[in-house]
Design a protein around this ligand. Structure first.
Ligand code: UN1
Length: 494
């Protein structure tokens, strides 16, 4: 029997109100049942929001360093349990062990970063135009928030939201992706273990259309932080706009790696292979487009294909495996259908493009690493987020065309350029419409002390992590203290 995982409401572990459950299965082996999970719906969300609202007044009055201390202690527990959780994460969502270790590490790093923020949480002081009057800004939590997360970073991304919400003084209801409920539940267990007061963090596992929608629509929820698809993000934004709710969105992207002729091609090839095929291409930051100067196209393409063909696919617990399965059977079909789209549009399939078969693959969702050549910016495979092990190469004649091609989608999360030419570097920095830009580094692998988020339809202007982390969960309050003993009127009124 697989272990059962419950929801966490007001500090208590509880089954779903309707008694329903759902399964979490291993994407590398459908016979491996990772856990049976309480399937929460509207009523569970309502109870969780009430618990969060009840906990809020006291949490607001808890000193910020004391709030941050819980986050620090969760980071320490994660450090102790890193290997165990990494292995379980590979079982639950498939990516390789070295990547699941990195996911947990990113969570640890961010807990420590946010713990430090607890003793900063800076505001400003500024002068007043009037004598004997003092002015400053302080952060104020926005209240009860809903946190809705994806499955591709089951520890890091939830912590990008939970840790700043806790430090900011918000109380929250966490609705994790339906593909990774087990890891999410264990993460919440850690907050329980360090003694976070009941109601400050609540967990409702369940489906997006039920539990997620109920959270977004709940009148007592003051803000939503969501990472996922543009399609769902749009629905959330519309609903939040109507109710004047804070809403921060981290959505799809079509990230790009630019290779100029003076680049170190070995580095560019390794960077492309890592960026496109780590997590089987299922990162918001995945290198799903490669723009190569025509002088470098042939040697770059040859070396990339050689590198990609050397990749071993399989169960991520095998340390020699580089290519993991995609998350579920539905996603496998979707990715394969995009291979058909690319061929129909006239792109040239250079390698991959099919499901992997054989005894070690048949019970999992494995797709061969896929590279298209002769891709052009107008093609759907160059425009739509595929979220699988598929990338395409476009040739350009100069840096201006490279930047134009890179910018030619509705998205703008991550873009990398390989070059040693200082002019190319600064043109890229100046003109790329991406929230995350790398020079001679892959499109993936963001560090937690930098702000993370995208331009254009990748989001709605918010950033996670970095010095901006608290902005998502706080309002600015402008405070003025008059100690003149008079009623002073601003703007020169006598
Ligand atoms: C994501 O896929 O949503 O930069 C986040 C990276 C990771 C985060 C990706 N640190 O690839």
């Amino acid at each position: 029997m697989a272990e059962e995982y419950l929801n966490y409401i007001g500090g208590k572990w509880v089954p779903a109100a309707g008694g329903q459950t759902f399964e979490s299965r291993n994407p590398a082996d459908s016979g491996d049942l990772v856990g049976v999970v309480a399937k929460g719906g509207r009523e569970d969300v309502d109870r969780a929001v009430h618990a969060a609202a009840e906990a809020y007044p006291e949490w607001l009055l808890t000193p910020v360093p004391a709030r941050a201390d819980y986050v620090m202690r969760v980071g320490l527990l994660l450090e102790e349990r890193k290997e165990e959780l990494s292995r379980l994460m590979t079982r639950e969502m498939g990516k390789t062990l070295r990547e699941t270790r990195a996911d947990v590490q990113e969570g640890i790093d961010f807990c420590f970063y946010m713990a430090g923020e607890g003793r900063r949480s800076y505001g400003h002081t500024m002068p007043s135009e009037l004598p004997n009057k003092f002015s400053m800004t302080v952060r104020h939590p926005i209240g009860v928030v809903g946190l809705i997360t994806p499955w591709n970073f089951p520890v890091a991304i939830p912590l990008w939201k939970i840790a700043p919400a806790v430090v900011a003084g918000c109380t929250s209801v966490f609705k994790p992706a339906e593909d990774t409920p087990v890891l999410a539940t264990i993460l919440v267990q850690l907050f329980d273990e360090v003694g976070l007061p009941p109601g400050v963090l609540n967990l409702v596992n369940g489906m997006g259309e039920e539990a997620g929608a109920a959270l977004v629509e709940h009148p007592d929820v003051r803000g939503i932080s969501f990472t996922g698809s543009l399609e769902v993000g749009r629905m959330i934004a519309e609903r939040c706009a109507r109710d004047m709710k804070r809403c921060s969105l981290e959505l799809g992207s079509k990230n790009c790696l630019i290779v100029m002729p003076d680049a170190d091609l070995d580095l560019a090839v390794e960077s492309a292979a890592w960026g496109a095929f780590a997590t089987a291409g299922q990162r918001c930051t995945a290198t799903s487009r490669i723009v190569v100067h025509e002088e470098a196209r042939q040697p770059f393409t040859e070396r990339l294909l050689e590198r990609v063909r050397s990749m071993k696919a399989g169960n991520g617990l095998d340390e020699t495996v580089e290519l993991a399965p995609v998350i579920n059977a539905q996603q496998k079909e979707r990715v394969l259908s995009y291979v058909g789209v690319g061929k129909d549009e006239g792109a040239v399939l250079l390698t991959g493009g099919e499901a992997l078969t054989g005894p070690e693959y048949d019970r999992g969702n494995f797709i061969a690493p896929t590279v298209f050549g002769e891709m052009t910016p107008d093609m759907r495979i160059a425009q739509e987020e595929i979220f699988g092990p598929v990338t395409g190469i476009m040739a350009v004649k100069d840096i201006d065309q490279a930047i134009a091609y890179a910018n030619s989608t509705q998205y703008g999360l991550s873009c990398a350029i390989y070059t040693h030419d200082i002019t190319n570097v600064f043109k890229a920095i100046q003109q790329l419409e991406f929230g995350v830009v790398y020079v001679n580094a892959p499109t993936i692998g963001a560090e937690v002390q930098l702000p993370f988020g995208g331009m254009k339809n990748t989001g709605n202007g918010h950033r996670e992590a970095g010095p901006q982390a608290l902005d998502e969960f706080t309002e600015w309050k402008a405070v003025s203290v008059d100690f003149s003993g008079k009623v002073q009127k601003a703007q020169g009124i006598q």
